[in-house]
Ligand binder design. Structure first.
Ligand code: SIN
Length: 275
């Protein structure tokens, strides 16, 4: 197995293995690599839906997404799809998956099934690098803070997606979510400090209104996605990306209007987060 950095602070490409055949030792190396680097890309993979699910279960469990369409035959697989005549894509803003859950998903595994002829890259940002690059004053200001996360404004009736042509494809408009997490968490496996707020789902700091929270929140969100913290996955047929939702954010580019894109995602169960 060879590991090549994608960018100085975020992401690696892993070559020399087929995920469907990964042994226990290789699996452990893959996990550690993803915990550390935030996202890993595997090229030229051959993975059936059954193997996709089986691989997901090797991380401990699968969290079925409550909003995305599911594959008819394989309800563990969420379909991240944009039709040629749709304008809005899924995941087209910086976020980390499921931070609105009390125990957020550990990570996600995205398999490219049908790609547009150009565009449709996914950008990632490393939240360890994001934390490290904050000034000492900012680090002191957020120490001990907690923040409230929800997905209601995104998926509810009349919410952000409902106002777009993606709204009718999604489920769960009546689901209510909400969770409080530390603004700075320690990675459960590496111990590294990570910034744990995100543009998609973090609403306010505990004890502050949204308006009171916005100046600091905006500063953190802008600083997190500075270019040095980022890497980009350019999809090809057979590409799979696996990312850690604690140590990374992602943002799916919506720059392939008029073309179809279909990706299959499994989201791995996580563990409680702590400062
Ligand atoms: C997502 O999981 O947010 C979508 C990522 C992508 O489609 O590239």
């Amino acid at each position: 197995m060879q590991i090549t950095p994608m960018a100085p602070r975020c992401g690696v490409e892993v070559s020399g293995i087929q995920l469907a055949e990964a042994s226990g030792d290789v699996m452990e190396q893959i996990k550690q690599t993803i915990y550390e680097h935030g996202v890993a890309v595997f090229r030229d993979q051959e993975l059936t839906p059954e193997q996709h699910i089986a691989f997901g279960k090797r991380w401990g469990g699968v969290d079925v997404n409550q909003y995305f369409p599911l594959q008819d035959e394989y309800p563990e697989i969420a379909v991240v799809r944009k039709n040629a005549d749709q304008e809005t894509n899924i995941g087209g803003a910086w976020h980390t998956d499921h931070s609105y859950d009390q125990i957020p998903a550990m990570g996600s595994m995205l398999v490219a099934r049908e790609l547009p002829p150009h565009g449709g890259d996914t950008h990632y940002a490393h939240m360890g690098a994001a934390y490290d690059s904050l000034t000492d004053d900012l680090k002191a200001e957020i120490e001990g803070l907690e923040a409230y996360h929800t997905a209601d404004h995104v998926y509810e009736e009349g919410g952000l997606y409902a106002q777009t042509d993606m709204g009718k494809e999604l489920r769960g408009q009546d689901i209510k979510t909400g969770a409080v997490h530390p603004v700075v968490i320690r990675h459960p496996h590496t111990g590294r400090k990570l910034l744990y707020v995100n543009s998609g789902f973090t609403i306010n700091f505990v004890g502050q209104t949204r308006e009171e929270s916005l100046p600091l929140l905006t500063k953190l969100l802008n600083s997190a996605v500075m270019e040095d913290n980022q890497c980009v996955v350019k999809w090809q047929p057979g590409t799979i990306a696996i990312w850690d939702n604690r140590s990374s954010w992602h943002n799916a580019m919506n720059d392939y209007q008029g073309h179809y894109r279909e990706m299959h995602r499994i989201t791995f169960s996580g563990e409680a987060l702590a400062a």
